[in-house]
Write a protein of this length. Structure first.
Length: 141
């Protein structure tokens, strides 16, 4: 019998530089921070937040997105290896995709523009500072 899941809970991305990654995700998405590592926190707090691995967890929609800074500084993401191919976020309208393109342009983030991805679906593809493939998905009209 299949496992009856109702939604996803979280995704955690391994990154090489937490400050650089936080700056990127904060400026692109502006997600609310659920938990963040503070290197100056007291030992009790650090012990309670061990699950952050020095990173941050954002809350949005029905789930969480974590950034875990444990990759070597010279490591880079490659979607052709086992594991994650890309991470896609939903926007509600075509206008939201168009606004996202403007935001990415203003932030100097390279992207491939809005693409037709099949009946009823348009996407915008771009990458984070560790080369992790990100996508925005929305309606085509």
């Amino acid at each position: 019998m299949p496992i009856a899941v109702t939604d996803y809970n979280h995704v955690r991305l391994t990154v090489s530089d937490i400050e650089r990654s936080r700056s990127f995700y904060d400026s692109v998405f502006g997600f609310d921070v659920a938990y963040a590592w503070d290197p100056d926190a007291d030992e009790e707090t650090k012990k309670a937040l061990w699950f952050l691995f020095g990173g941050v967890i954002y809350k949005f929609g029905g789930g969480l997105l974590g950034l875990r800074p444990v990759a070597p500084s010279d490591d880079t993401f490659a979607e052709d290896r086992c594991g994650l191919d890309h991470l896609s976020f939903t926007v509600d309208t075509r206008a939201a995709l168009e606004d996202a393109v403007k935001t990415l342009d203003e932030l100097g983030i390279a992207h491939e523009g809005i693409k037709d991805a099949g009946p009823g679906l348009s996407i915008v593809e771009f990458r984070d500072p560790d080369n992790i493939a990100l996508e925005l998905s929305g309606p085509d009209k």
